[in-house]
Every structure is written in C-alpha cells, then in structure tokens.
Design a binder for this molecule. Structure first.
Ligand code: SF4
Length: 345
C-alpha cells in the first residue's frame, strides 16, 4: 500500500490543478505574490487579480518601485489590504537586502512582513522544492478528517500537534507536487460542505470516512462574536462627482480612498463636515440601507447623498479627490465603497 504522501502525489499528477496562472512558468516571485493573495481568499477570485498584478509588476524590482496607491489600486476589492502594503514593503526589503531575489531560506522569509509559517512553507516547497510543510485551512480540514482530530483545529495546542503531523507526512521527493496536491484536495475534493469521498485518494486511510463520521470533522471552535455596527457614509456630490478622502492609518481601510463616515448623522454633523471641506449643502437624500459584513463586524450601512456647491471659506483640500459617480477607473477603493458607487449607476 502506498503511504499518505504517495497517494496525494499520484492523485495530484492525474487530477490536480496544473494551469493556474502562477503555475504556468512558475517563479519564486509569482509563487510569493499568489500565496499572499490566497491568504483568506479563494482561487477563483485571486486568478483575476493575479494576472493584472503581474502585468503591472512583473518582478520584485518593479514592485519595489511602485507606490502604495498603485499597489492598493490593483488590490481594490480583494480585501485584507494590509496584505498589499506588506507585499510592497517586503519587495523593498528584498530589493535592498536580498539582491532582488525572493529568499529561499525559512528564517529570511519569516522576517518579511506578511509572511507566516504556512506562506513561507508554501514558497519553499513550491518554488524551491524544499521540504517544508503548510497548514492552511484546506490542509487542516484534510488532516482533521483523515486522522479524526477531535479538538478544534484553531486551538493553539491542536495547531502545534497538526504541525508535527504535517511535518511527519512530508515526502522526501516531489515536495512541490505533494504540497500542491494537499491544497488541491482540500479545495476540490475534501471541501467544507460535502466532500466527494468516493473520488478521494485518501478514502482507504481516512478515519472519518471509515467511521462514517466525516460530518463531525473538523471539530468546530466556539463561534467568534461578530459586532453589529451602524455607519453613515456621506457622499458629497458636485457636478456628477463624489468627494473622496484618503483613509488614515488607524481606520479599517488605511490608504484607500473612501467617503466621509460617521457613527451618527445629524444636521450639525453634516454642517461640520461640509464646513471642513468648504462646501455648501444644497440637498440631502438618504439612499437605501444595506448590510456589509467583514470578518469581525457586521455593518448596517446608511449611505447619504449630499449635493453641494463650493463654499467661499477655506476648507481642507489635501488628500481629497472628486471622482465621477459613474466611472471610478482604477482607484484604491474597498468593496463597501464600490457598493455605494453601485447605488448611483
Ligand atoms: S475520504 Fe472524504 S473526508 Fe476523508 S480526506 Fe477524502 S474527501 Fe476528505
């Protein structure tokens, strides 16, 4: 009987994914960018973004020369924007410290912003064929089912044990195919909802399958509380364009362009904002509310359209942009802001 890794490798060669954009002419740089994009994001979404990103920044040197605004524009809608800022910062470090080459040593990779153990392992295994393990959500689910791990997989003690297990399972050869195979299995066969066990190469050794208990694994951790919050998005409109401001470093979407936001809304609050930007309010219209869910906050969004003209007093002008309501081009904006622009189309 083949061992665990042989089963995965054989299956990957025959049934796994081989034509993802970052697999075609695979480079350490492409693997790194794709792995950062794939953190918390599905392959189908990443595919589109990856191609545009690589066209704009084909190598470390071009990325290192890019501006934060350019990088965030290409990331716009992908979410978790700290990933984009970390990527840019890392590219500059790689240029300055590593001669422009994505490091092939674990410690050097781990010292870069935005790279944790799984991302470092994936880069080393896929790009440099080095014997390192990964433990992303898909791999955790596969291991939890095959070995009937009866504790929540996110608990730190379980994670410690899973890393030991993942290391033990590593093959001595074909580490890149094995790593890709585990990722592919978790994404296409051993999926979260209904795994297709009949077509799984591990079905003969999967304890959860043999015990007819697949639904019980992975063991769920206690649900994290999601805070509910109301937020007013004030869209100042003048000559068919909306006023946008660059979010500060402390907010939810630092560096991205957004509308003026406030926890509450009143005539006084509106006047304060309008005066601050030297605007004169002509009319106010409350647009339909909608929900926007982030990992930890469930927003009830209240968009307010405020048509304005320019006032006479001096207001704040730095970092402001008037952006067409109907064509935003390639701007660094969040999905929430895109949804609000959608209300005007
Ligand atoms: S047999 Fe089913 S549950 Fe077990 S690893 Fe394969 S797909 Fe997952």
């Amino acid at each position: 009987m083949l061992n665990f890794s042989d089963d995965v490798i054989k299956w990957q060669l025959k049934y796994g994914r081989h034509d993802l954009p970052w697999q075609v002419s695979r480079t350490p740089y492409g693997v790194w960018v794709s792995e950062i994009m794939l953190q918390q994001t599905q392959v189908s979404t990443v595919t589109r973004y990856f191609t545009c990103f690589m066209a704009a920044f084909p190598d470390v040197a071009s990325l290192a020369r890019g501006t934060e605004e350019e990088v965030l524009s290409l990331w716009s809608g992908l979410g978790y924007y700290s990933r984009a800022r970390n990527l840019l910062q890392s590219a500059r470090i790689i240029s300055d410290v590593h001669g422009g080459f994505v490091p092939s040593e674990y410690d050097a990779l781990m010292s870069l912003p935005g790279i944790g153990r799984t991302t470092a392992g994936a880069i080393l295994a896929l790009a440099y064929k080095k014997k390192y393990s990964i433990l992303d959500g898909n791999v955790k689910r596969v291991l939890a089912r095959v070995f009937c791990v009866d504790r929540p997989t996110n608990a730190s003690s379980t994670m410690r044990d899973l890393w030991v297990l993942a290391d033990k399972l590593l093959p001595n050869k074909n580490i890149d195919t094995y790593t890709q195979g585990l990722m592919d299995l978790g994404a296409t066969v051993c999926v979260r909802g209904k795994p297709t066990c009949l077509s799984c190469p591990l079905k003969q050794r999967c304890q959860a399958q043999l015990e007819d208990a697949v639904g019980a694994y992975p063991v769920k951790s206690a649900r994290k509380k999601v805070a509910k919050k109301s937020i007013y998005m004030i869209v100042f409109v003048r000559n068919g364009a909306a006023l946008m401001v660059k979010n500060s470093g402390e907010g939810l979407w630092p560096g991205l362009l957004g509308f003026i936001d406030s926890d509450t809304f009143s005539d006084d609050i509106l006047k304060r904002f309008a005066d601050g930007f030297a605007l004169k309010v002509k009319s106010i219209a409350h647009l339909p509310n909608f929900r926007h869910r982030l990992t930890h906050i469930d927003y009830l969004v209240h968009p307010v359209r405020v048509d304005v003209s320019l006032g006479v007093s001096k207001g704040r002008h730095a970092g402001l942009k008037w952006v067409s309501l109907h064509n935003q081009g390639q701007l660094p904006i969040s999905v929430l802001v895109k949804k609000i622009f959608g209300l005007f189309s």
